[in-house]
Design a protein around this ligand. Structure first.
Ligand SMILES: Cc1cc2nc3c(=O)[nH]c(=O)nc-3n(C[C@H](O)[C@H](O)[C@H](O)COP(=O)(O)O)c2cc1C
Length: 409
């Protein structure tokens, strides 16, 4: 049993040096509103609207820490030249009464960028790159000590730049199959040195990155880690591994963990808790990504959405550590959020729900709504690569199927 009194989701909480006005985080959802790698006015507007709508901390998704760290061209990249544009975003968020977190990340071999400083994309291990089936880069390169030192420096510098740009927190992306996740995952990490083998060794490099970021900004900013508690496939990390990972990140000094799950290429339905409709493929203008979606759809079983679909896994982490934890995955009603709080989680991170209703937190606070309109249809995921960027399709003209679903509740 959890001995602490259940906090209200609307009560403040300290995360490292930061105080959040309530327990709601907007989870990173790559918005794609970043021509030339800088936040567009539309992105500034979206994040400002999210905090004006009650969310305490909004996460700006996928801010690459280097040009090589991008997964796609036009992805947000932290650099001296992009700094003023990020500053416009954090100013907008602060003026709207909230806080901003930069998700800092490196794609490793999960990348479509061909112009890079290394011949092959970097990863924990070299050899055949299965992501190459989509990107055309069929071989990846194992990182050596120099590469690791460079990436550690890039993350620390990315965090410093985020600070200069006015961000209040950084979220180190350690999940979903990107570079740091490629070290943590036994599916990607086949190293035989001190960075491979058992879980402790596989965590050694991500821990180095975390330490460097904490040393760089940890006194002024909240340093958050997002990772995949379970990878959702037999050959990957299980939730038991996920609990051990949390212990190590706690020991290293992370201020908060955001508990995600699944891997982009192997287990996307584990991440989203529901299948992807075939409309996503049709809507997808990028043929390579459309093909990948088709393969994925054939490979993965149909998954029916249920609220709090990651709770079983997250509970294992809650039992393993004392540090603050943000529950993530299918929280879409006041009842779910209250349950999460009662189970000992400190915060709730929400992705799709807040795309559907930017002001959902205010609606909960005022009693204007209890249940989100989000149907977890995952159509927002395909919107990511459309010219207008990521958005909810509910209520959009021409979407008769979804509008009728919405009408049906
Ligand atoms: C359109 C879209 C884009 C996403 N992009 C990212 C991303 O860039 N980084 C990340 O860590 N998670 C990303 N996610 C995953 C979400 O952060 C979250 O883990 C997932 O949506 C499950 O939470 P939910 O049930 O509250 O939506 C994305 C999700 C969506 C819907």
């Amino acid at each position: 049993m959890n001995p602490r009194p259940t906090p209200s989701p609307f009560s403040p909480i300290a995360i490292g040096p930061l105080t959040l006005k309530n327990r709601f985080i907007k989870a990173a959802t790559n918005e794609g509103m970043s021509a030339q790698g800088v936040p567009s006015k539309q992105l500034v507007k979206l994040h400002s609207a999210l905090v004006a709508g009650g969310t305490a901390l909004t996460t700006v998704a996928y801010c690459a820490v280097s040009s090589d760290g991008r997964t796609l061209p036009n992805q947000l990249t932290l650099s001296q030249s992009s700094l003023p544009h990020f500053k416009a975003l954090t100013d907008g968020v602060h003026q709207a009464g909230g806080l901003a977190s930069a998700q800092i990340t490196h794609g490793g071999c999960f990348t479509f960028i061909r112009e890079r400083s290394t011949k092959r994309p970097l990863s924990a291990s070299g050899g055949f790159n299965k992501i190459g089936l989509m990107s055309g880069m069929f071989l990846k390169q194992a990182m050596n000590e120099d590469d690791m030192r460079q990436v550690v420096r890039d993350f620390a510098q990315g965090a410093r730049l985020a600070r200069q740009a006015g961000f209040d927190a950084v979220e180190i992306h350690m999940g979903h199959g990107y570079l740091l996740s490629q070290f943590i995952s036994p599916m990607y990490n086949k190293r035989r040195d001190q960075y491979g083998g058992n879980l402790e060794n596989r965590l050694r490099f991500p821990r180095r990155v975390l330490r460097a970021v904490l040393d760089a900004v940890g006194k002024e900013m909240a340093v958050i880690c997002k990772y995949s508690v379970t990878e959702g496939v037999r050959a990957g990390n299980s939730a038991e591994d996920g609990a051990q990972i949390a212990r190590m990140l706690e020991e290293e000094g992370a201020h908060l963990l955001v508990l995600s799950a699944g891997m982009n290429a192997e287990s996307i339905t584990t991440m989203f808790g529901s299948s992807f409709p075939k409309e996503n493929r049709v809507q997808q203008k990028n043929k390579i990504i459309a093909l990948a979606m088709a393969i994925q759809r054939r490979k993965e079983p149909t998954v029916e959405f249920r609220e709090l679909y990651l709770l079983e896994h997250a509970r294992k982490v809650r039992a393993a550590v004392k540090m603050p934890l943000a529950y993530l995955g299918g929280a879409k009603s006041l009842a779910s959020i209250e349950k999460i709080m009662a189970e000992g989680f400190d915060l709730v991170a929400m992705g799709r729900v807040l795309l559907a209703e930017n002001d959902y937190v205010n609606k909960l606070a005022t009693g204007a709504s209890r249940d989100s309109i989000c149907t977890a249809c995952n159509r927002c995921v395909a919107m990511m690569y459309t010219p207008g960027g990521t958005s909810c399709v509910l209520g959009k003209p021409g979407d008769a199927v979804l509008n009728s679903q919405k009408a049906a509740g």
